[in-house]
Design a protein around this ligand. Structure first.
Ligand SMILES: NC(=O)c1ccc[n+]([C@@H]2O[C@H](COP(=O)([O-])OP(=O)(O)OC[C@H]3O[C@@H](n4cnc5c(N)ncnc54)[C@H](OP(=O)(O)O)[C@@H]3O)[C@@H](O)[C@H]2O)c1
Length: 250
């Protein structure tokens, strides 16, 4: 299958989980990839397993200058970037007793600050080119505040909101902005959860859903549908009903 032939896609957060699976899926489908995350060795191994034809650019996406430098270098090296997919995130369950304010700020810097840094790095280039695609990763955890979810849920709610604004503002400039909202996917991130995750799927299934979504006209890419439609329904509940139901569940 070569439906991503001639597409150049920058994946930020490619060293594990959904990002690594997406890299394999898009590589199989013909895309040229730029693979980013902090762990360079993991990215190099991933590249080798895909034949070695992609570029590895390690970076800390919380650092705006590094993100800009990678984007500028790509353009200077003649890469016609078509799409950037921001998947980087940190997660640590928050039980309300933990008062690790440093970890909270780290999560804000990577999960949300990283999204702004990504947009800041590529928007001028896409505007100049007159086209482009920016894909941010939210979560169904951003639909409503969840128990033990903050601050992760808060960053994901903000990502959805940010993507909506950008979709409106940049759509006028022929830049397609999308948001990915996964349910549970088995990755190092969810391995930290000590509860049963309903309708959890494998990263390969998530990657196929994202690849389909990248080519669709839809703003939101969400999966697995059985779970995400339940969460969408929950989002519509009035606050009093949502809070009384959630109190009974926990
Ligand atoms: N798994 C799920 O059930 C689920 C559900 C909803 C949403 N999501 C979202 O899906 C995305 C991918 O998560 P995942 O489940 O695949 O988790 P993961 O395996 O932990 O992947 C997270 C990725 O983010 C990268 N990253 C973290 N901090 C970074 C930084 N400062 N700079 C650059 N890269 C950084 C990590 O690489 P390095 O450590 O090498 O930097 C890794 O590649 C995240 O946005 C997550 O919130 C996941």
């Amino acid at each position: 299958m070569n439906d991503f032939q001639d597409k150049t896609i920058w994946i930020i957060g490619a060293s594990s989980g959904i990002g690594a699976a997406l890299a394999r899926e898009l590589s199989y489908r013909g895309a040229r990839l730029i693979l980013s995350a902090r762990r360079e060795e993991e990215l190099k191994v991933l590249n080798r397993t895909m034949g070695g034809g992609h570029s590895v650019r390690a970076l800390d996406i919380a650092d705006a200058a590094s993100a800009k430098k990678v984007a500028d270098d790509l353009v200077a090296a003649g890469h016609d970037l078509d799409s950037v997919i921001f998947l980087a995130a940190l997660y640590s369950p928050h039980d309300g007793k933990t008062k690790d304010i440093e970890m909270i700020h780290k999560m804000l810097d990577v999960n949300l600050g990283g999204a702004f840094n990504t947009v800041h790095a590529v928007q001028p280039y896409f505007e100049k080119r007159g086209k482009g695609q920016i894909v941010l990763c939210g979560s169904v955890a951003g639909y409503r505040g969840l128990p033990t979810g903050q601050p992760y849920c808060a960053t994901k709610a903000a990502i959805i909101n940010l993507a909506e604004s950008l979709h409106i503002d940049l759509g006028r400039k022929n830049i397609d902005v999308k948001v990915i909202c996964p349910g549970f996917v088995r990755t190092p991130l969810t391995d930290k959860n000590d509860f049963k995750m309903p309708m959890i799927i494998e990263p390969e299934e998530a990657a196929r859903a994202i690849a389909r979504g990248l080519q669709s006209r839809a703003f939101e890419i969400h999966f697995p549908k059985g779970f995400t439609y339940i969460m969408k329904f929950v989002r519509l509940l009035p606050n009093w009903l949502y809070f009384s139901l959630i109190k009974r569940v926990v």
